[in-house]
Design a protein around this ligand. Structure first.
Ligand code: SAH
Ligand code: SF4
Ligand code: F3S
Length: 452
């Protein structure tokens, strides 16, 4: 092994990238390296990047260009790009950012320790490029220190090819792990102290369905079979998952979710648009009516369920009337949370061939309107919780005010409550909700503060 290095990792993008960064950190730490939080202290700077929107790429490129000066002062410093933008842009990144030492794609992260070691050993070596298709290796690597809530990647890649989306190109074809593998990984995490597991996949509910884009019949759901197995793990309190494509919520999955007490009643259900025509143009496989049916079936089985979603505004050809349909659908569902994105054309995708014809100002206005609707529906939903008793998974002192503790409900809402000697991080604790905002719930044991 080379001498221990100080390594800094910055992560952009989705939870899959967060998981990959954490796994990479775990692996590097096991090899004797240390993770640092400040760029100036590092021997190696790693940027785990996202390509889903132009802004995500520009942010990372801007940041890395800025490091040219640091590299000049400290020539032994290694700087590398990994993740989706590495996969997407490959070799051309070396032309754009000539001070880069390595570019490693999403499927080649297992090669990184070796790449870093060889670049450190021989500084005359030219920069290294490793990109290619996703592999299922090293799925079960975690950081040595247990996290209260941790990720498990159960599928990688995506076969759906929504017209706007670059993910199938950068993450490759969809692959699922074996149930036994996932359960073994979950057991190990729980034995180390993890209490909540977030199952990850671009199309997570399609787990075990062999990459088939047509969802299984009503009585088949390998994903539900996995949930049932995870429910059996003693010491595991909560099971979450993201992101499920709406069409995979069949009767079996909904019934299993309702019967498994550890499966949280909170679903991130990407909508994208409330217009049938736009959904079709996006190559989404459901209509607004079908989306509402799924929401209705989930609510009927779990009346306290909370929904969050993703919406794209300004997809090519989206008219004002079609946008109104999205607003109406948002109102009807009453989401607790939503990520609203302005459409960003991605080279190589199908919709990039259509003119990006909705003006930026219109996209901005539509974005603002949906954020207002969201804030109103989240506040309405939270109001309903005043006076109810909620179970929270205790996280510990709040960052902003350590005199208060924070935790999350099964519906993924943050709750502030007063610390008590008998209540520790990782406990399930019951509190009564006294007041709410659109973002946070406050327990009745918290005194009012003038700042609120
Ligand atoms: N696999 C996830 C989505 C991952 S990308 C799923 O299907 O649920 C996260 C979100 O980014 C998408 O749901 C979509 O709303 C948004 N997005 C993807 N491509 C985009 C683009 N080209 N422009 C704007 N938003 C986009
Ligand atoms: Fe992208 Fe669609 Fe796959 Fe999600 S399901 S990652 S939006 S192609
Ligand atoms: Fe971005 Fe890659 Fe995730 S493109 S959203 S980091 S899969």
């Amino acid at each position: 092994m080379t001498r221990p290095l100080q390594i800094y990792i910055k992560t952009y993008g989705c939870q899959m990238n967060e998981r990959d960064s954490a796994a990479l950190a775990g692996k590097l730490m096991r090899l004797g390296h240390a993770m640092v939080e400040r760029e100036e202290e590092a021997d190696v700077l790693i940027f785990n990047t996202c390509s889903v929107r132009d802004q995500a790429e520009r942010k990372a490129v801007g940041k890395i260009s800025y490091l040219k000066k640091l590299k000049r002062r400290k020539p032994e410093l290694l700087i590398g790009v990994i993740g989706c933008m590495a996969q997407n842009r490959g070799e051309s990144l070396f032309r754009e950012l000539p001070h880069l030492d390595f570019v490693v794609g999403t499927g080649q992260l297992h090669q990184l320790p070796e790449i870093i070691a060889s670049l450190r050993e021989d500084r005359r070596q030219i920069a290294r490029l490793a990109t290619g298709s996703e592999v299922l290796t090293e799925m079960g690597v975690h950081q040595p220190e247990a996290k209260l809530s941790d990720f498990i990647a159960i599928t990688r890649g995506c076969n759906r090819f929504c017209a706007y989306c670059i993910v199938p190109y950068v993450r490759g074809r969809e692959i699922s792990r074996e149930i036994g593998d996932v359960v073994a990984e979950a057991r190990e995490l729980v034995a180390n102290g993890t209490r909540e597991i977030m199952l990850l996949g671009q199309n997570v509910a399609a787990f075990g369905w062999n990459g088939n884009v047509n969802p299984p019949p009503d009585d088949v759901s390998p994903f539900a079979d996995l949930l049932k197995e995870l429910q059996q793990i003693e010491g595991l309190y909560r099971i979450r998952f993201t992101s499920p494509y709406p069409s995979y919520f069949n009767a079996k999955l909904i019934a299993v979710m309702a019967e498994c007490s550890k499966v949280c009643h909170s679903v991130h259900l990407p909508l994208q648009s409330g217009s049938a025509r736009v959904l079709k143009a996006m190559n989404r496989q459901y209509t607004p009516e079908q989306y509402l049916q799924i929401v209705g079936a989930l609510r009927q089985a779990m009346p306290d369920i909370a929904f969050s979603t993703d919406v794209i505004v300004g997809f090519p050809t989206e008219s004002a009337a079609e946008f109104e349909e999205t607003c109406q659908l948002m109102e009807r569902v009453g989401f607790d949370n939503a990520f609203i994105f302005k459409y960003s054309p991605r080279a190589g995708t199908r919709s990039a061939e259509m003119p990006d014809d909705v003006p930026q100002a219109v996209k901005e206005a539509r974005n603002q309107r949906l954020l207002q609707l969201l804030s109103a529906s989240a506040w309405r939903n939270n109001r309903q919780l005043v006076g109810t008793c909620q179970e929270v998974l205790v996280e510990g002192p709040s960052h902003r005010n350590p005199a208060r503790w924070t935790g999350k409900t099964a519906t993924a809402k943050s709750v502030m409550f007063a610390p008590q000697p008998s209540v520790r991080r990782g406990d399930l604790h019951r509190v009564t909700i006294a007041r709410v905002t659109d973002m946070t719930l406050f327990a009745d044991d918290i005194p009012d503060l003038p700042s609120e």
